[in-house]
Ligand binder design. Structure first.
Ligand code: ATP
Ligand code: MG
Length: 423
């Protein structure tokens, strides 16, 4: 008989457990950062982080199952009933000579000091789950209430320590629906150009951009990127996207707020990059180290979009082939958003939608997903020698099939033989 496994804990249950163990051992233990902010906003936190005055080896001694991931930064991961909680020792970060990583970190027993190393006031809050109270050392609650992203301390100094923070500001504005406090925005704008030369890795840039583009507030985040002159930096390989940034913003605003996991791979990138050339778009996605899946989904959509704009002028078979290359619903969303962004008319979009519906109803050999009536081996059997003739004849026969001009294998073969004589 197998023992019933305890059910998986929720992230909050796991965090509460971790805090309880730390407190019983006489340490401080608090929820920290994003989860505190999200709870105040009534949002479900992505993950729960715990901060403590216990040092990493003490944390490791208190829990059965831990992973030491970033010991040099004072971070231990505690596993509890299917969850992982990041436990960070309070620390003050040393100087940032490279603008990326602190040269040294020093532990402190003071949460107030730890709060000072965090980027924005709304991210610098702690919560004591036992007393059920927020600990605010950075006046972050007021900014949560006001919907404001404000750097902790002097924004210029905080941005020069780590220039990625300049991009994180619009990212949080997008995700939370917030705006940037004026001095924070002004410092970001003055320093945006420094991101490129400061050695912030493309991988970190991609993470923030992706969070910005994935969330329903993507157009708002994009607007802040424009406002801070960030686009020439993050889209340096796509001057066409920078020039078309205003239209990209409108296109992003026209996408549905929530997208499926499948749709999110390519649609927001395609909307953002739709005024760039295909080669600029590809260079950008590569420079940002996007996954192959993201890159392929985006480029497939952008290629299809070019044809979709001409939809009413395409032959029936070309329309069918186009709608086979991509998810037709995704293409329709992109076409609609980008046409609205260009104040173009929606004729192509409307016809595409009408045809999609009609094609879905169609039965028989002309339907959009029908197998070809004849294939290479059929031509071989009919006495046509394999070779370049195949390559020219087969697409023409398929075209005739999709347009309903041949309806049986016999008809298709007859057409193939006739065409083979001509080519
Ligand atoms: P999300 O919900 O997207 O995970 P988050 O607030 O948890 O948002 P993370 O990027 O996961 O953001 O970082 C966790 C916390 O670590 C932040 O809330 C912030 O306090 C701190 N932090 C993260 N990155 C930086 C940085 N570059 N500079 C300073 N503090 C940072
Ligand atoms: Mg987080």
């Amino acid at each position: 008989m197998s023992k019933a496994r305890p059910p998986k804990a929720t992230p909050e249950e796991a965090a509460r457990f971790v805090v309880g163990v730390l407190r019983e051992a006489g340490h401080e233990g608090l929820y920290a950062g994003g989860c505190v902010r999200d709870r105040l906003l009534g949002r479900v936190p992505n993950d729960y982080d715990v901060a403590t005055d216990a040092e990493p080896d003490q944390v490791q001694g208190l829990f059965k199952r831990t992973l030491a991931v970033g010991e040099q930064f004072g971070i231990v991961i505690v596993r509890y009933r299917g969850q992982q909680i990041e436990v960070a020792t309070f620390r003050t970060d040393g100087d940032y000579s490279d603008g990326r990583r602190p040269d040294s970190v020093a532990y402190t027993r003071s949460p107030a000091e730890d709060a000072q190393r965090r980027d924005f006031t709304v991210n610098g809050l702690f919560f004591d789950p036992i007393a059920e109270e927020v600990r605010d050392h950075v006046e972050g609650v007021a900014d949560v209430i006001a919907g404001r992203i404000r750097a902790i301390g002097d924004p210029r100094q905080r941005f020069s320590e780590d220039r990625l923070r300049i991009l994180r500001a619009p990212r949080f504005a997008a995700v939370l629906g917030f705006r940037l406090e004026e001095e924070t925005a002004a410092a970001g704008k003055a320093m945006a150009g420094e991101i490129a030369s400061s050695g912030v890795s493309p991988e970190r840039i991609r993470v923030e951009l992706l969070k910005l583009l994935k969330c329903p507030g993507r157009a708002r985040g994009w607007r802040w990127c424009r406002e801070l002159d960030l686009l020439p930096v993050v889209f340096a390989s796509a001057p066409g996207a920078v020039a078309g940034a205003e239209r990209a913003e409108r296109a992003l605003a026209e996408l549905p707020a929530s997208l499926s996991a499948e749709q999110v791979l390519g649609l927001p990138w395609a909307a953002a990059l739709h005024t760039a050339s295909l080669s600029e778009a590809e260079a950008t996605l590569r420079a940002l180290r996007c996954s192959n899946k993201e890159r392929e989904a985006t480029l497939r959509l952008l290629r299809a979009l070019e044809q979709a704009r001409e939809f009413p002028r395409l032959t029936l078979s070309a329309q069918k082939r186009l709608l086979r290359q991509v998810d037709p619903a995704e293409l329709a969303l992109l076409l609609r958003a980008t046409e609205l962004a260009h104040e173009g008319d929606l004729r192509a979009y409307r016809q595409l939608q009408a045809r999609r519906a009609a094609f879905a109803e169609e039965v028989g050999p002309a339907r959009i997903d029908a197998k070809p009536l004849v294939m290479g081996k059929d031509l071989g059997k009919a006495g046509i020698k394999p070779g370049p003739v195949f390559g020219r004849v087969l697409p023409l026969v398929e075209e005739a099939q999709l347009e309903g001009r041949v309806r049986t294998k016999q008809e298709a073969l007859a057409l193939a033989l006739e065409l083979a004589q001509q080519v």
